[in-house]
Design a protein around this ligand. Structure first.
Ligand SMILES: *[C@@H]1O[C@H](CO)[C@@H](O)[C@H](O)[C@H]1NC(C)=O
Ligand SMILES: *[C@@H]1O[C@H](CO)[C@@H](O)[C@H](O)[C@H]1NC(C)=O
Ligand SMILES: *[C@@H]1O[C@H](CO)[C@@H](O)[C@H](O)[C@H]1NC(C)=O
Ligand SMILES: *[C@@H]1O[C@H](CO)[C@@H](O)[C@H](O)[C@H]1NC(C)=O
Ligand SMILES: [Zn+2]
Length: 436
């Protein structure tokens, strides 16, 4: 009886351990294959990493964070934004990389991602610590509708760039992305202008090399800060999330007030080149505005109080009236010092500036999108992280168990040099029971 009891116990333990080890090994292997940089985007069909803009309404069932209270993107009501003098200009020092350096450009099935060296830093901006670069990516619409993720006073722009950073308090973006304030994303709106935007050509001219999902190429480095507006002092700030699964609510958002202009051909190239799932064109890769749920949006700049009267219709109510600055950006392409002076009143919503641009879909057009976040997000699936943790735990357990077994095995040999049968582990366990 007794003998049986203890024989049974170790055996079941052994089986359990073997199963766990096999699982841990598989998980570890998968982790390896995935590589630490999968944030750029995982191949499709990766378990829960699989999602699409077509099913965004269901993201929350697979990715609970997507149903949280601090989600992104949002519609920014300029009239409700609170001026905060602590929001100093964003600083992006030494961004001109030598062209001999190569950067990876990838089609992750949701967007185009350019990996960035982490020594590109983000300072200023009222942040308590610097952030280091991870990657940048774009969101766009289609010939029929604009595709920015954030909207301003209900206006959706043609596209949006997201430059993703993680706090220097962390060694990896994987660790940072699950901590509040661990990520910072710089966002700027893309609009249609009349001239070709040269910095953007560095990326756009290679889109064809990655037109299928999962493809990647290496392109010569360039001054990626030139992809952002000239005026880095005027922006909106709020606490939000990745705009794609797993939607972690750890992003400190900065949305520049000045916009960037691309030529009609450039916008079309962006909209009509990349293919994703099922070989369909990647279009409308944006998520709809999420509810603010009591969050406040700060502005680094003071918006003029509109004299009673001539005010943009709309957004009523907030203490801060939207104002004459109007979408300076509209006109202002990436340069136009528009921002600073502000000023020229113009038509709301780019009616003026945009040429061939599809009329802006106001605020909530039904569309989908992906996010910078998303890439980040996809890179580190919660599942992968858990798998890694479990793999480590089981590895340690297995090692301890093995050493333990060896030790007792040795004792066993000493005491009575009985030949060991079957598995070492089994014998060891038995020995232990005996000893006790
Ligand atoms: C960042 O690292 C690259 C090499 O990867 C180097 O060429 C570049 O000068 C560095 N930039 C800064 C600002 O240190
Ligand atoms: C985001 O940055 C601001 C500085 O503007 C900082 O005060 C805030 O704590 C950060 N948010 C989070 C969640 O860390
Ligand atoms: C973001 O969250 C942090 C930490 O909770 C808070 O200190 C900060 O004021 C928030 N920022 C905004 C813009 O609400
Ligand atoms: C920029 O700020 C002005 C208010 O000064 C606002 O009317 C305009 O819509 C803003 N544009 C963007 C892109 O933030
Ligand atoms: Zn994004």
């Amino acid at each position: 009886m007794r003998a049986r009891d203890w024989r049974g116990l170790p055996r079941s333990r052994l089986l359990l351990l073997a199963a766990l080890l096999a699982w841990a090994a598989a998980a570890a292997h998968e982790e390896d294959a995935e590589g630490p940089h999968s944030e750029a985007g995982l191949p499709p069909g990766h378990g829960n990493s699989h999602w699409s803009y077509a099913d965004k309404a269901e993201w929350a069932s697979d990715f609970p964070h997507c149903g949280g209270h601090m989600q992104s993107p949002i519609n920014i009501e300029t009239g409700a934004a609170l001026f905060s003098p602590q929001l100093e200009p964003i600083l992006l020092p030494d961004y001109s990389l030598p062209p001999r350096e190569m950067l990876r450009l990838q089609n992750n099935g949701h967007t185009v991602v350019l990996d960035l060296p982490r020594n590109l830093t983000l300072t200023g901006g009222g942040f308590p610590q610097p952030y280091q670069a991870a990657q940048l990516h774009l969101h766009w619409g289609s010939a029929l509708k604009p595709g920015s993720e954030h909207t301003v006073d209900g206006h959706r722009y043609a596209g949006e760039i997201h430059v993703v950073y993680y706090s220097s308090h962390f060694d990896t973006i994987q660790e940072a992305m699950v901590e509040p304030g661990g990520l910072a994303v710089l966002a700027a709106f893309l609009q249609v202008g009349s001239e070709e935007n040269e910095p953007y050509q560095h990326i756009l001219e290679h889109l064809n090399d990655v037109h299928e999902e999962g493809e990647e190429t290496w392109i010569p480095a360039f001054d990626v800060a030139k992809l952002l507006p000239d005026d880095l002092s005027r922006y909106f700030r709020y606490n939000g999330s990745l705009t794609t699964p797993p939607c972690y609510q750890t992003v400190n958002w900065t949305i520049f007030n000045q916009t960037i202009r691309l030529s009609p051909d450039q916008i079309s190239l962006l909209e009509d080149t990349l293919h994703g799932d099922e070989d369909e064109l990647i279009q409308d890769n944006f998520r709809l505005p999420q509810s603010l749920q009591g969050r406040s949006v700060l502005a680094s700049f003071l918006m003029l109080h509109s004299p009673e009267g001539a005010q943009p219709p709309g957004e009523g109510g907030s203490p801060r009236a939207p104002d004459p600055y109007g979408p300076a950006e509209e006109g202002g392409g990436d340069s136009a010092g528009s921002a600073a002076g502000g000023g020229q009143p113009h038509t709301p919503d780019g009616a003026s500036g945009r040429d061939p641009e599809p009329a802006s879909g106001e605020g909530q057009s039904p569309a989908t999108s992906s996010g910078a976040d998303q890439q980040v997000g996809s890179s580190l699936q919660t599942g992968d992280v858990l798998a890694a943790i479990f793999a480590a735990l089981f590895g340690i357990t297995a090692l301890a168990f093995f050493l333990y077994v060896r030790k007792h095995q040795a004792q066993n040999h000493r005491r009575d040099s009985q030949p060991i049968k079957s598995s070492i582990i089994y014998t060891a366990a038995t020995t232990e029971e005996n000893a006790a």
